[in-house]
Design a protein around this ligand. Sequence first.
Ligand SMILES: Cc1ncc(COP(=O)(O)O)c(C=O)c1O
Length: 411
Amino acid sequence: MKINDNLILKKLINKYSHLREKSSNKYPLASNPFEMKDIIEGCKVLLSGRITMSSITKKFEKEFAKYLGIKHALMVNSGSSANLLAFFALINPKNKKKIFNNDECIIPALCWSTSLWPIVQAGLKPKFVDIDPNTLNLDLYKVQKAITKKTKAILAVHILGNSTDMNKLKKIVDKNNLTLIEDTCESLGSRYNKKHLGTFGRFGTYSFYISHQITSGEGGMIVCNKDEDYDLIHKLRAHGWDRGINKKNDKSFNFVNSGFNLRPLDLTAAIGYSQFKRLNLMKRNRAKNRGKIINSLKNSNLWNNQFQFLEPIKNLEPSWFGLPIILNKKYKNKKKQYLKKLNKKGIETRPIISGNFLNQPSVKLYKLNQNKHKFKNAQDIEDRGFFIGLQTELISLNKLKFLSQTLLNSL
Ligand SMILES: Cc1ncc(COP(=O)(O)O)c(C=O)c1O
């Protein structure tokens, strides 16, 4: 695109800037994350007349894999789809380390809906394990106790940028000959011992939904190291087709496996890739904002240990998603009222993922906890925890004052 064309596009984007969604909240969970260049990259794809998956998706995948230091990355239309591919790859006849119907997969009680459902949809049995309240991730002691002969996989969910002790988790996985899947949908850019979360297991999955570390509106990525795994998820992503993967085959409509259609658009890939180039900057800004907010709260004369904050586990360089806040025990019964007040005053909040997932009606519908196991720590996080957003631009002094005073005054 020529410089002149770019100027015309910029003028047009400015002209229609009033249409851009603005939050009515003073401190929303996420501000509008799209910069002019993201929109221009999206416009270029629209103007090209081909918005379906093509060369930009491929380029984004290559750069994403390079950044993570992994061999393969495959873009899909959401993080949920990435999780779906991971579990359907495990039960596929092409998987050498095949996993069978009713084999168990360990999953933390604090998880997202589509961390869980792909396990069930693939015919496996989820085995819930409680979290460690200090990391909000799997309690590894309890993981060890939960492993039986039927256990074949562990799904680690890296919560809001944090992880468990990955060395320990890897040891447990290797010792018991298990398969590790990492749901990294909330933690793109976090590194444990300088190695990216999502690259420790067989598959790592990422989400580019709004407010995540980068966003393309909808979108996701699945990564792996083995060629045969990449080959498999590539086919499962689109109809079980070997198109784009089997260069030797001259038959163009060759369906070699079962499949879905989970392809992204080149349109979303272009926006996601444009954002991806700023990932490190946005990661630094979120970390600075987190530090400023916590300091501002702790240095206030109203501070009386009302809140606890999630600290990164040792050896982790976190890429924060949001700022989880755990109310002091004595405020537990006031949480509902408190959040109502905050929302009224313009601070948007949400549960930490979706709280103790065992409380969700869908779990009852599918009778996934017939033994009525209790998950004390996940429940405590549901009872006392919530999170606020961390914006990708540096927070202004005014906003910081408003935020910390409102958080402390409303309790
Ligand atoms: C831990 C986790 N897994 C999976 C997902 C699903 O990602 P998506 O919304 O892109 O489908 C999310 C969404 O926020 C998530 O937080």
